[in-house]
Ligand binder design. Structure first.
Ligand code: ADP
Length: 512
């Protein structure tokens, strides 16, 4: 072991201490030790405390810590300044040599003392300066030093490049000329705070690049002091946070979009719910219609079959009775045909297949005919049917058959939903541009809650206990006919008082 150290370089004054905690026993001291400590290697081997005496008293604490850490089995290195005389100092580095067992330090094999003279120290300094410079130049961040006036003294290449400058272009220029105009005020405030404090200050500012780009930097800056404790400048390191900010913007943008998407989804969900309830309502109306229409079909069919069978089975039936039965059969068959026609009509109109067969005719004639058609029905219920129709001819250009169907439907309803011995009145007036027909009855009326839906197909007012048969198609058909003629229909009704329907149709020469 001893021989290993004989060939050590001159400036290496190695001292090897063999362990098992025997730190004080020196094994080898190179002869160059004399140059530093003034004692020969033999003298130091004989009395190691001679070295301790030369160590700066300020390092005693560090030395104690070093030995304590050795006792705990830690690997350790410590540097001490050794004062040779007033002008000469040198560095004493103590390095522990650990013995490992696996990854763990088993014990300290010994300590190497290395002594470096000033030359060596200088080389070390240069080396570390070189490394620092590499670090400075390769750093992605903006690193700079300002003088006491705020001018750039030093700026790293990459930092300058991030502002689209060469370092030379920035050196000597005032930092404020690189700050984005709108934030200059805020920058000055942050800078004043920085100068007032001696600790590191962090603040964000916006630089303006050579070609006018705004670049946000988060600056960590600290003032530098000279020997007289006066501010000699500022050292700062800045991290480009533009991309971070734009990422934050993107995140904000995305979360806004997310909120909007959620809003749309909830609106769509509500719409879907509404659609479902409309579909459910339609389905309900359809089911009701199917049951109503079955009933409506079955009643006339039952009497047709019944009366035909009676005629067929009774050959001795008197002629007038046969006639009477045939009349009923015919009436019921007509009712059936009307019903089927209504259903077909509404689907035709809705399917856009209706072709109006328009001609010029006197609407008053149609009104009179319609009244005569329903008179028998009114009389059967002892209803007074009165009409006030202008005597003159009033020409319209319309589908005569449809208009007839319209008034017949309305008059039938006025009778059907009337009370026994009630009244139905029809008032027609020529308003010159249009013709107005008002049909009023003294019937059961329509509850207010049903009014908004009354022109919907299949819609029927539910009157438990006093159900009047029907399909809910009549008013829907009336509305369709009016619409196709560019007319207008309004309905007013009060429960148990009666209903009034006002129909307006354009006159010939005033067709829309
Ligand atoms: P339907 O008469 O075949 O039931 P409508 O479409 O003609 O079908 O009428 C729809 C509903 O409006 C009827 O069920 C009825 O309750 C109500 N209604 C129509 N006209 C009158 C009226 N003049 N008085 C009271 N209720 C009426």
């Amino acid at each position: 072991m001893k021989n290993e150290f004989q060939n050590m370089p001159e400036n290496f004054s190695g001292v090897f201490l063999r362990s098992e905690k025997e730190y004080k026993k020196l094994i080898f001291v190179s002869s160059s030790i004399k140059k530093y400590f003034g004692f020969s290697s033999e003298e130091i081997i004989a009395n190691p405390k001679l070295i301790l005496k030369k160590i700066n008293a300020a390092h005693y604490h560090d030395m104690k810590e070093f030995f304590r850490s050795l006792e705990k089995g830690f690997q350790s290195t410590v540097d001490f300044t050794v004062v040779k005389n007033a002008n000469e100092k040198f560095l004493l580095r103590m390095r522990a040599i650990p013995q490992y067992e696996g990854n763990e330090v088993k014990y300290i094999d010994g300590i190497i003392f290395e002594v470096y003279d000033e030359l060596y120290q200088k080389a070390l300094l240069e080396e570390s300066e070189k490394q620092l410079k590499i670090l400075f130049e390769t750093a992605e961040d903006l690193i700079f030093i300002l003088d006491a006036n705020g001018n750039f003294v030093l700026v790293n290449g990459n930092g300058a490049l991030s502002l689209e400058y060469q370092t030379d272009e920035m050196r000597g220029k005032h930092i404020l000329s690189f700050i984005d105009e709108p934030v200059k005020g805020a920058f000055i405030k942050s800078f004043q705070l920085l100068i007032a404090s001696s600790t590191v200050q962090t603040f964000e500012t916006k630089f303006q690049s050579k070609y006018g780009k705004s670049i946000i930097f988060e600056l960590n800056a600290r003032t530098i002091f000279d020997d007289q404790k006066k501010i000699s400048g500022v050292i700062a390191i800045g991290r480009n946070s533009t991309s971070r900010n734009s990422l934050e913007d993107k995140v904000r943008d995305l979360s806004n979009k997310l909120v909007e998407a959620r809003r749309i989804i909830s609106v769509e969900r509500d719409r879907a719910k509404q659609r479902i309830s409309v579909l459910e309502e339609l389905n309900r109306l359809k089911n009701e219609f199917v049951s109503n229409i079955s009933h409506e079909l079955r009643t006339p069919l039952a009497s047709i079959i019944g009366f035909s069978e009676t005629i067929d089975s009774d050959s001795s039936m008197p002629e007038d009775m046969k006639k009477e039965f045939n009349k009923i059969i015919l009436e019921e068959a007509k009712r059936l045909a009307n019903l089927i026609n209504d259903v077909l009509d509404i689907s035709k109109i809705e399917g856009g297949k209706i072709v109006l067969n328009k001609t010029e005719f006197d609407i008053n004639e149609i009104l009179k005919k319609s009244i005569e058609k329903v008179r028998a029905y009114a009389e059967a219920k002892q209803i007074t049917l009165s009409a006030d129709i202008p005597p003159e001819t009033v020409l319209v250009y319309a589908d005569e058959e449809r208009i007839t169907q319209l008034f017949e439907n309305l008059l039938t309803n006025a009778i059907k939903f009337n009370i026994q011995e009630g009244r139905v009145t029809l008032l027609a007036q020529n308003l010159f541009k249009e013709y107005e027909v008002i049909i009023s009855d003294t019937g059961v009326g329509i509850p207010a809650k049903d009014l908004p839906f009354i022109f919907q197909k299949f819609y029927r007012v539910s009157r438990p206990g006093t159900e009047i048969p029907g399909t809910g198609l009549g008013l829907a058909l009336v509305k369709q006919i009016i619409d196709h003629h560019k007319g207008l229909i309004t309905l007013q009704s009060e429960e148990n008082k009666g209903t009034t329907l006002i129909i307006k149709l354009p006159l010939l020469n005033y067709q829309g």
